[in-house]
Design a protein around this ligand. Structure first.
Ligand SMILES: [Ca+2]
Length: 191
């Protein structure tokens, strides 16, 4: 019984994931054209100001570090795109809110990057899409609260996500270090 259910869920997840990665809503693309509204502009300027060394790469996207981008939703309830070969972490469940995305294999401390309202990205992630190449696994960690946050000896494993899959609501996914994975991730092992 359990085996059958697992198979069904996996198939459904892969089908929806494929849709999510290929779908490119016309409205979202149009809205990121030269007509970015005042809120988008204000938030982009805040991201630029709060993340030293960053630069704008699209009307609603700022590259804050090599291979790391922060994007603001063009419409409040937009589901942002997650481009092929990117790992995309969203502020809200169902891929809503602001997004921080990665395309370079590295370990990233989310505490170094800021949302437009000044919060750091650690403890904020609620959903994840992994649109990297097949066979790649991303891993996510929680800083244990003491010692060097950049030292893996101070990280606790939370959850992993293979390429081609997503987690749409981390408040429903258990964390390997106890409790649930929502608003907990601090460190991202992109690949
Ligand atoms: Ca944490």
């Amino acid at each position: 019984m359990i085996g059958i259910r697992k198979t069904a869920v996996t198939t459904a997840v892969m089908a929806v994931a494929a849709l999510a990665f290929t779908a490119s809503p016309a409205s979202a693309v149009d809205a990121t054209d030269s007509h970015a509204n005042a809120r988008v502009e204000q938030e982009v300027q805040a991201v630029l100001r709060l993340n030293p060394g960053s630069h704008r790469v699209a009307p609603n996207v700022v590259e804050v570090d090599e291979g790391v981008t922060i994007s603001v939703p063009t419409q409040i309830n937009d589901i942002q795109n997650c481009k092929t070969s990117y790992l995309c972490l969203s502020e809200h469940a169902n891929f809503g809110g602001h997004q921080i995305s990665f395309w370079k294999c590295r370990d990233v401390n989310l505490g170094y990057y800021k949302l437009p309202d000044g919060r750091t990205w650690n403890d904020q992630v609620s959903s994840i899409r992994n649109a990297q190449s097949r066979g790649v696994q991303s891993r996510f960690y929680n800083y244990d609260g003491s010692g060097d946050p950049d030292s893996p000896s101070n990280w606790r494993f939370v959850i992993a996500l293979n390429a081609g899959h997503y987690l749409r609501d981390l408040s429903r996914d258990t964390s390997a270090d106890g409790g649930y994975a929502n608003d907990k991730i601090d460190i991202v092992h992109v690949c």
